[in-house]
Design a binder for this molecule. Sequence first.
Ligand code: UD1
Length: 420
Amino acid sequence: MDYLQINGGKKLSGDVIISGAKNSALPIIASTILSNKEIKLTNLPNVVDIRTLLKLLTMLGGEVNHDKTTAIINNSSINNTKAVYEIVSQMRASILVLGPLLARFGECEVSLPGGCAIGQRPIDLHLKALEAMGAKIEIRGGYVRAEAPNGLIGAKIIFDKITVGGTENIIMAASLAKGVTTIINSAREPEVVQLCEMIESAGVKITGIGTSVLTIEGTDGKPLDFKDIEIIPDRIEAGTYLCAGAITNSSITLHRVNYEHIRASVSKLEEMGCSFNIDKDNITINPTEHLKAINLITTEYPGFPTDMQAQFMSVLIMANGESIIEERLFENRFMHVSELNRLGADIWLKGNIAAIRPIDKLYSADVMATDLRASSALVLAGLVADGTTNVHRIYHLDRGYDDLEGKLLKLGADIVRLKK
Ligand code: UD1
């Protein structure tokens, strides 16, 4: 199994190009099921999750021509509507095929994604919304079996809780439904916006894009004809490199960034004393010797993202006072705390609140990644820990970071991928 070996203490400098957003690419790949024509996707991140979802499309009978950052997909040949456990269990986001398969074929079976390291993550809101649109849903043998033989019908959906994946599934389902669907309390993440824009450019009328109330006028079963699409920059990858600059007291310039999308992370780093130069789609973080302690709460976009919580925790270990982090989205998203404490951090945890107390230094150790963002937090800590840190179980990292060690190496980090 691969692991990363990092010799801490190196200053970083230079440039990094931000890849396309995994969390935008995934629903966009799923949405290609709504079409029976060829579509080209560019600026895909070269990560395992993308390959997993593209593999699922081929298992359904779609044709996929994939080369690192580009995929040409033609789903006119789909002849199977069962998304099997072997794929869905590898990646929870595979549940995103549920809405489009049901909308286009009137039936499908999708394995239940089950729990995951960061919490229960149920899909009840996805299912309830599809039922409101006329779907008959049954859970049997670990699968969601959904049917709507006469097509889905537009409905008024009120999400009890803001759900990114739930909003995306319903947007896709609604685009082929009969009549108008209104989604109240929808997610507003940039990834949801890009999905809406893609579907809108295929002729579906959508109002309220980027707000918490969306209305979608469905095509009554007519497949969509998409235009080619370039995936937006990954705001979480960008935030992670800004954290790398902050924790190592270095200057790093990020290219191909959408500043609007990373505003919450930038403003929290500013509160910590960091400064930035912003020029079009480039952003430079300047060296900051003394980081200030801050408090942060994870919320939905445009608030501070839960996907940046672990990386900020690593940076806050080096701040000059006690910081508090409150995790509001996932009940168990503090698995990195015990690993960071193994490196010498002093983090105290109660429920969904963590207190990060100042320390003089981190010391290297063997640590184990528990989920995608926790992995990058451990790498960040390794960049400043005294000695050689080995980060194990980096298959989590490979799911969502495009060449993290290659990009860090280019910035001057002493990092290498090894096999055990
Ligand atoms: C997406 C992102 C993930 C990010 C998360 C929150 C992708 C592929 N993944 O995940 O990186 O951390 O948004 O920003 O885009 N919930 C329910 N019932 C449901 C659905 C969700 O209770 O049916 C709860 C979840 O357990 C969680 C909260 O709602 O507590 C938000 O989850 P959701 O926004 O759905 O996250 P994902 O779409 O899975």
